[in-house]
Ligand binder design. Structure first.
Ligand SMILES: [Zn+2]
Length: 327
């Protein structure tokens, strides 16, 4: 869920510090505009122009309005996971189609999927839409609140199913579809799943999409259980998980050293302004850009903000209101 190759006049275009001045360090991601990881040579263009990359959760399109006005853990455990775990393959296909139709209205023709369960159906929809997409399966091998039909998924199952999806769909649809590896979040991933995902994605030269530092509770839990002095990013750095093929969704609750860890490793960030305004809080975008971190915008899923538009208050305008001009 990265940002975009946007029109140069777009008000929400964000440049890394390294593109604006010579005063910043030279991190591994010194790209002036966001280019999604591993997509610097994009596959065949989709029929629509201009193309804009966003991060999205296409399989959540049918869940609009089911989780309003609740905190994130209630949102996740009480509303979204029951919805997701009862979806059928056909639901996923329809959801991705509808998501794509809404994204096209704001000029988006490429997206990075944060991860659902029926990737083959997402791919079928993407092929019909004419989009480009980096699709992932959302994997979880531990943690609280998992629906019964997900809780039996072992680490080996998580890894094997993603390898099979890669074999089946990577570079299909004339190269418009790429398969990345997906990790839901640290609260639902063992160290073994994290590290094997890191190694296999690196070996296959593909990306990883993971929600990171989304809410304070996440950091508090990691601090309490992992014996570190801050949160998720500190822990991921400690276990040597961070790599330049990682797209970190949200990344709201980072401290200054953690921004440095992202910069040093070349991690990319996809910030979702609409869900930030609604319940998560804003990522330290200015600080990340000044450290050379490549920051992009995403829509998140429909139940996070009840819209899939990257324009207006769903994207650039809200960033501008909070941070001022970032170019
Ligand atoms: Zn999200």
């Amino acid at each position: 869920m990265p940002s975009f190759t946007t029109r140069s006049s777009s008000p929400w275009m964000m440049r890394s510090a390294s593109s604006r001045t010579a005063r910043s360090p030279s991190p591994a991601t010194a790209s002036p505009l966001w280019a999604p990881p591993l997509m610097s040579s994009p596959p065949s263009p989709a029929p629509c122009r201009p193309s804009t990359w966003v991060a999205a959760l296409s399989f959540q399109q049918l869940a609009r309005g089911i989780a309003d006005d609740v905190d994130l853990m209630t949102w996740l455990h009480g509303r979204i996971w029951p919805y997701e775990s009862h979806m059928t393959e056909e639901d996923s296909y329809a959801s991705t189609l509808l998501c794509g139709i809404e994204l096209i209205r704001s000029g988006v023709t490429c997206f990075a999927e944060a991860g659902g369960q029926f990737v083959s159906e997402m791919a079928r929809a993407v092929e019909l839409l004419g989009f480009r997409a980096c699709l992932t399966k959302s994997t979880m091998d531990c943690g609280d609140g998992l629906p019964p039909n997900w809780s039996c998924c072992s680490t080996d199952d998580c890894i094997q199913s993603q390898k099979e999806l890669y074999e089946k769909h990577h570079n299909t649809a004339d190269g418009r579809i790429r398969i990345w590896f997906g990790l839901r979040q640290i609260m639902n991933a063992t160290d073994r799943l994290l590290l094997e995902t890191r190694d296999i994605a690196q070996k296959l030269n593909t990306g990883i999409h993971m929600h990171i530092a989304e809410i304070p509770y996440e950091n508090q839990l990691i601090l309490r259980t992992k014996g570190i002095d801050h949160g998720t990013v500190t822990y991921l750095d400690k276990i040597d998980f961070l790599r330049s093929n990682l797209l970190a969704a949200h990344s709201v609750w980072l401290n200054v050293p953690e921004i440095g860890f992202f910069s040093k490793a070349g991690v990319k960030v996809s910030h979702c302004p609409a869900s930030a305004m609604r319940m998560l809080g804003f990522a330290p975008i200015r600080e990340m850009l000044d450290s050379g971190v490549c920051v992009s915008l995403g829509t998140d899923g429909a139940p996070s903000n009840n819209r899939m538009s990257i324009g207006g208050l769903g994207g650039g305008e809200s960033i501008y209101m909070v941070h001022g001009p970032l170019t």
